[in-house]
Design a protein around this ligand. Structure first.
Ligand code: GDP
Ligand code: MG
Length: 174
């Protein structure tokens, strides 16, 4: 039968410099731009088809520069799915995800909120400092899928957004 287009709010979170803006731009515009203003926070609308269903995404590429805690609380509240991004060459960026996840769960008051963990900059294998196994263990504990991705080589970029859409659609169906 006819299925209306679902609309979801997605929030891209993670430490500064992990590649949130590059991942978002690759997904939305299919382009690689070497450098973005790290303080710019913007949102993008894009429609994709997931398993034959039309999904409209409103993607907020955060910059962690909110002047008020209340602003962060607000987008966490309106977010229906979260991409938690770190980079495989920064251990501290993985640690930062713990705090972010706790904050999301506290604000959403929901342990099963759709989340995907993204280890970005997978093209920088030579400078990897975060074991794949360690990141995977984190994701298991959080019952969230883990992907290694590269905004630069456009590896697993669509996959992380599609996985998140599937999780959000599944909840929508329940
Ligand atoms: P944000 O602060 O999380 O939004 O990070 P940006 O998207 O602005 O990226 C920060 C820096 O990392 C920039 O210099 C990008 O060129 C670089 N970068 C982002 N993604 C990748 C990637 O997948 N591979 C490599 N090698 N560099 C990346
Ligand atoms: Mg950015």
């Amino acid at each position: 039968g006819y299925q209306p287009c679902r609309e979801f709010n997605v929030v891209v979170l993670g430490a500064g410099g992990v590649g949130k803006s590059c991942l978002t731009a690759q997904f939305v515009h299919n382009e690689w731009i070497e450098s973005y203003d790290p303080t710019i926070e913007d949102s993008y609308r894009t429609q994709i088809s997931v398993d034959g269903r039309q999904v409209m995404l409103e993607i907020l590429d955060t910059a962690g520069t909110e002047q008020f805690v209340a602003m962060r609380d607000l987008y966490m509240k309106t977010g229906q799915g979260f991409l938690l991004v770190f980079s495989i060459n920064s251990g501290p960026s993985l640690d930062e995800l713990k705090t972010l996840r706790e904050e999301i769960i506290r604000i959403k008051d929901d342990e099963n909120i759709p989340i995907v963990i993204v280890g970005n900059k997978a093209d920088l294998e030579d400078s990897r400092t975060v074991d794949r196994a360690k990141a995977f263990a984190f994701s298991q504990r959080w019952r969230a899928p883990y992907y290694e991705a590269s905004a630069r080589t456009r590896t697993n970029v669509d996959e992380v957004f599609v996985d998140l859409c599937r999780q959000m659609l599944r909840r929508d169906d329940m």
